[in-house]
Design a protein around this ligand. Structure first.
Ligand SMILES: C[S@@+](CC[C@H](N)C(=O)[O-])C[C@H]1O[C@@H](n2cnc3c(N)ncnc32)[C@H](O)[C@@H]1O
Length: 259
């Protein structure tokens, strides 16, 4: 990643670090992720958490008997991780890991690959640091895109704001890129459906505040009309104030280092 892009990303996560945990489902979300990852991890081997953030998921893995160390680009996020994990975390770029070649048995990333780094660079680095046969477990942020009436409007907006799909981290997009770098996609595992309620107007409010689903999403001024149009479409849906039941599913993408 270029220095300018990296420092912009760092600043964005530094800014939201104090409120990150509470605004992203807190310990409950982290515990669910740890429950999904834990059965796929070898407790006898250390785990590298790439994009460890505030360490909230790593702490839940630690509580389940795993030895976790982490790297993250954002010193602000890492300050919280250090409180949870002590000296086992370090500043590092996922696209240039400060780790020896073929020294890692297993690595994880939760909600990283949509959040700024170039997945191609991350996969190349993960392939370098993993031992042959080692696994990289990824919980994507946008792995599954709901196609209900709210979802169709939001997906359309995301595609228009992100035509190169830099913020999409589902298997369709990522598996070929990983394979080209020596990481074979073994498929989804530990699928957990989640159900939540949101109204079209509530979703429009979230989007209008420039937040979409991540506080780090920077909407450019020239794109604001696209956001306004999506909000108007949401508010034009039937019964816009009435919360709908929406279903999504978290799952783990399993990659294996070939060779
Ligand atoms: C959405 S947060 C997820 C944090 C944590 N994994 C979790 O599930 O709570 C994304 C994290 O990725 C980090 N990040 C973004 N780009 C990175 C990069 N190139 N190298 C390392 N970390 C990066 C951010 O600083 C942030 O902490």
């Amino acid at each position: 990643m270029s220095g300018a892009r990296a420092s912009g990303r760092t600043a964005a996560f530094d800014a939201i670090a104090p409120t990150y945990d509470a605004s992203r489902g807190g310990t409950a979300r982290a515990a669910v992720f740890a429950e999904q990852l834990s059965p796929l991890l070898d407790p006898a081997e250390p785990v590298l958490d790439i994009g460890v953030g505030t360490g909230i998921v790593a702490a839940e893995l630690t509580a389940r008997g795993h030895r976790v160390c982490g790297v993250d680009l954002s010193p602000g996020m890492l300050a919280h991780a250090r409180e949870r994990l002590g000296a086992r975390v370090a500043v590092g770029d996922a696209g240039r890991l400060p780790i020896r070649t073929a020294s890692v048995a297993q690595a994880v990333s939760t909600w990283l690959l949509h959040a700024g780094p170039d997945p191609r660079a991350v996969f190349a680095e993960v392939a370098r640091v993993l031992r042959p046969g080692g696994r990289y477990l990824v919980i994507p942020a946008r792995g599954m895109r709901p196609t209900d009436d709210i979802g169709r409007i939001v997906n359309d907006l995301e595609d228009r704001l992100d035509p190169e799909h830099r913020r999409q981290d589902g298997p369709d997009l990522l598996a070929p890129s990983a394979a080209a770098r020596g990481l074979a996609y073994e498929g989804p595992a530990e699928r957990r459906p989640t159900v939540f309620r949101v109204s079209p107007a509530g979703m429009a409010d979230t989007i209008a505040a420039g937040r979409l689903f991540t506080g780090a999403w920077q909407v450019r001024d020239e794109d604001l009309p696209l956001v306004a149009e999506a909000c108007a479409r949401l508010r034009a849906l039937p019964e816009p104030e009435v919360p709908r039941v929406r279903e999504m599913a978290d799952f783990v993408m399993v990659f294996r280092r070939e060779g």
